[in-house]
Structures are given as C-alpha cells and as structure tokens.
Ligand binder design. Structure first.
Ligand code: 5GP
Length: 107
C-alpha cells in the first residue's frame, strides 16, 4: 500500500503544494509547528531518509535548501530551521520549520 505522502504526491489526497520538480515534492504540514512548516519528500517511496541513495539524498537536501530560502522570503521569520524526524510517516521527509533569530518558533 502506498504511503500517505505517495498519495499526496499523486494528488489522491489534497495538499498545499509549495514546490515540485521531477524527483521531489514540498507541501505544507497539516499540523504545523510554526507558520510555513513545510515537508520535503522524495517522490521515490523509501521509508527512512538515510535509506536513500547518495545522489537522491543530496538532491533532496539541495531541493530542501532552495525551498527553505524561498520560505524565508515569504514568512515573517528570519530563518528556516531543519529537522529530520520521520518517526510517524514511513516515507523519507525533511521538516522545514520557520524560526526567528532567537531560535524561537515563529507563531
Ligand atoms: P514525522 O513522521 O516526521 O514524525 O511526522 C510526519 C508529519 O507529517 C507530521 O508533522 C504530520 O503533521 C504530517 N502529516 C501527516 N499526515 C499528513 C497529511 O495527510 N497531510 C499533510 N499535509 N501533512 C501530514
């Protein structure tokens, strides 16, 4: 059975898309920690981020960086922090979480 994120990528479950290319998809977290909290996922379904091959892992990281820089321009925050969590949904993902200069959450 496809993961919930694979179903989101295919459009079977609605999401608020932030960015997409041939290999990666970024969308707003349904339960955001801060405004603009975004999940970045590979289209390839792999359970854990470090199970990705090196090319896909570095592609995902560079894609996430571009998305983070774009988010910094549109949310009322100075920086976008990164968390690699992936405990709940078994589909590799990176959390992009806007924070302010004091490293506080931007609510
Ligand atoms: P983790 O697996 O890193 O612990 O957390 C998974 C994240 O996916 C959570 O922050 C949760 O809010 C988010 N999430 C789970 N299901 C959905 C969904 O259907 N849509 C969206 N946009 N986010 C989801």
């Amino acid at each position: 059975m496809p993961s919930i994120f694979s179903r989101i990528i295919k459009g079977e479950i609605p999401s608020y898309k932030v960015a997409e290319d041939d290999s990666f998809y970024a969308f707003l977290d349904i339960n955001p920690t801060t405004k603009g909290h975004t999940l970045v996922v590979p289209k390839q379904e792999v359970d854990y981020i470090f199970d990705l091959n090196d090319d896909t892992l570095s592609g995902l990281t560079l894609f996430a960086k571009k998305v983070a820089k774009a988010i910094e321009k549109v949310v009322a925050c100075h920086r976008v922090g990164v968390a690699v969590i992936g405990l709940e949904v078994p589909h590799a993902h990176i959390h992009l979480i806007p924070i302010n200069e004091e490293k506080d959450m931007c609510l």
